[in-house]
Write a protein that binds this ligand. Structure first.
Ligand SMILES: Cc1cc2nc3c(=O)[nH]c(=O)nc-3n(C[C@H](O)[C@H](O)[C@H](O)COP(=O)(O)OP(=O)(O)OC[C@H]3O[C@@H](n4cnc5c(N)ncnc54)[C@H](O)[C@@H]3O)c2cc1C
Ligand code: SF4
Length: 525
């Protein structure tokens, strides 16, 4: 490799670098890697750890805030080849990489990054897929600042390696190269597994199980496959085409999907096992039942749960109001308030903005430090003109004589001692009430377990809050042959945790189907 072509370690010689393009991976059927790396790569030995630390983090190209706050196109545009290789060159290859420890599924980040640095993007993708079956998705939505990037040692004195952006780059590159290396399935075992729910937990379990030679059929209550990845997370953060491409890969591998089947209503788990002869069932139904504030006026026209709002926009094309007649309060020119501080609330308020809201305001009872939303989403929301009313809590919604919402009566809050969640508890400031005008209020304060499957499955042990009890190691439930994982066990968590649970369940189901042994875990009695 020519030393002259190496990207500048300190970013000082930026002028000598080839022009940066903002397109993601090339739209080509052949990999540039196999064509002899036509792009400049850094000279490995030339870069000392000190020099690596001096390379600035490659910025993620983005749509300009004013333009994107009026469209549903993806906000982040993806790194180009040169930026990805330069970013990978920042990694100092720690002997004991903390990023790997802090990734919930232990992606071999150091090895992946080293392959990117060498320009072997397909090799990097294959390495990623050893631990993470949905890298194009996790690269976009993982809260990296709390996980892998939170552990990166460069973050102690500067910006951590952009692991999420690199993961996305590699996965997009692989997809667009058309060279996805799907491993062959094992010979048929003659066993069949029913998976209930097609979110990340169900999808990742399906992929692993079909590869082990089992017949796999996924039952999904909605008309689209993908769970929260399609009905919750909006297009501007995670394009549906990315999820569809992962689902298409699963179909190619032999996974069967049946939509519009509400297990617990259309068919029960006992019927699946007794009448349809499934040898095992994996319940991955998520935690999609919205929670409300339980304050007066929540019944008024114009008050929605974030779950309903986002589902109508995502799956029922409410964002094409001129063409589709979806019953959703028109946000155009309206004052919209979203209550909450997590990813769901952030997605809802940014969606309202894109639907033409005059004002889109986030009301959150704690401060920004306690917000559970991904840091990047908070930054993007601010750039898009979302107003943040922090340390504020609605106590009543006000309506007119026709039952239509007109405003939210709110109080100001202050933070006291930490509560059970470890976050400082918000306390009402007496006499601080004020009225916020609103035509639409969207409640995004969390979700809980949908009870359908639990209620229709005798012998399935649940917690007092109706989550399914499953052994943390084997994901076996109290009912023979039935496993459970993802949000339906943990409560609302993250995509990567749900995916990790799916993979764990697949390994455990495979063991059960192979040995026929069913040991009851201690707390399953
Ligand atoms: C709006 C929103 C934004 C989020 N943003 C992020 C983010 O940026 N990063 C992140 O890591 N996490 C995020 N999360 C959380 C993450 O999406 C979830 O933790 C994850 O999707 C859980 O996966 P799961 O497979 O357990 O369940 P889900 O994704 O909820 O999938 C469950 C599936 O089961 C189906 N189902 C339910 N009951 C039945 C039944 N009886 N019969 C048949 N099918 C059924 C549902 O329709 C659904 O498709 C977000 C969540 C929401 C709601
Ligand atoms: S899966 Fe998520 S946490 Fe793990 S390396 Fe990828 S982006 Fe980071």
């Amino acid at each position: 490799m020519n030393k002259k072509n190496a990207p500048s370690p300190a970013g000082k010689n930026a002028a000598s670098l080839p022009e940066r393009k903002t397109s993601p991976a090339p739209e080509t059927k052949t990999s540039p890697v196999s064509e002899g790396n036509a792009f400049p790569l850094p000279e490995e030995k030339a870069l000392t750890p000190k020099a690596r630390r001096q390379i600035p983090r490659a910025p993620m190209p983005e749509q300009e805030p004013q333009a994107r706050s009026r469209n549903f196109e993806e906000v982040n545009l993806g790194l180009n080849v040169l930026d990805a290789v330069t970013e990978a060159s920042r990694c100092i290859a720690c002997a004991k990489p903390r990023c790997v420890v802090d990734c919930p599924v232990g992606v071999k980040i150091k090895e992946v990054v080293a392959l990117i640095r060498k320009g072997d993007f397909l090799g990097a993708a294959a390495k990623l897929r050893e631990d993470n079956s949905l890298p194009a998705i996790t690269g976009r939505v993982c809260p990296q600042e709390k996980q892998c990037e939170g552990g990166c040692i460069l973050g102690q004195k500067g910006a951590p390696v952009a692991i999420g952006n690199l993961e996305r780059f590699v996965a997009d590159y692989e997809r667009q190269s058309g060279q996805l290396g799907l491993p062959p399935n094992a010979p048929s075992t003659g066993k069949s597994v029913a998976i209930v729910g097609s979110g990340p937990a169900g999808l990742s379990a399906a992929g692993d199980l079909v590869q082990k030679g089992h017949r796999v059929r996924v039952f999904e209550a909605l008309h689209e496959v993908g769970g929260v990845l399609v009905y919750g997370i909006p297009e501007f953060r995670l394009p549906k085409s990315i999820v569809k491409s992962e689902v298409d890969n699963l179909r190619r591998m032999g996974v069967e999907f049946e939509t519009n089947v509400v297990v617990g209503k259309s068919v029960t788990i006992d019927e699946l096992m007794r009448d349809e002869h499934y040898d095992a069932v994996f319940v991955a139904t998520g935690a999609g039942l919205p929670q409300f504030l339980n304050v007066p006026g929540e019944h008024l026209n114009g008050v929605y749960s974030a779950n309903e709002f986002l589902t109508r926009v995502n799956l029922m094309r409410a964002y094409q109001a001129d063409e589709y007649d979806e019953p959703l309060y028109d946000c155009r020119g309206k004052d919209v308030i979203v209550v909450g501080g997590g990813n769901t609330a952030m997605d809802a308020v940014r969606t309202a903005r894109r639907l033409g809201a005059k004002t889109a305001t986030l009301v959150y009872r704690r401060s920004e430090v306690e917000m559970p939303a991904r840091a990047e989403e908070v930054k993007h929301a601010r750039q898009e003109g979302i107003e943040f009313r922090l340390l504020t809590n609605p106590i009543e919604f006000i309506g007119d004589e026709k039952g239509c919402l007109t405003g939210a009566r709110c109080v100001r809050m202050e933070l006291s001692e930490p509560d059970a969640s470890g976050r400082r508890r918000p306390v009402e400031i007496k006499g601080s009430e004020f009225l916020l005008p609103a035509d639409v209020v969207i409640i995004g304060v969390g979700t809980t377990a949908n009870p359908l499957v639990q209620g229709s499955t005798p012998g399935l042990k649940t917690t007092p809050r109706n989550y399914i009890v499953a052994d943390p190691e084997t994901l076996r439930t109290s009912k023979r042959g039935v496993f459970a994982g993802g949000d339906i066990v943990t409560g609302g968590a993250t995509v990567i945790l749900a995916m990790g649970a799916g993979r764990k369940a697949a390994a455990s189901i495979h063991e059960f189907l192979t040995t026929g042994e069913w040991e009851k875990a201690g707390d399953m009695e």
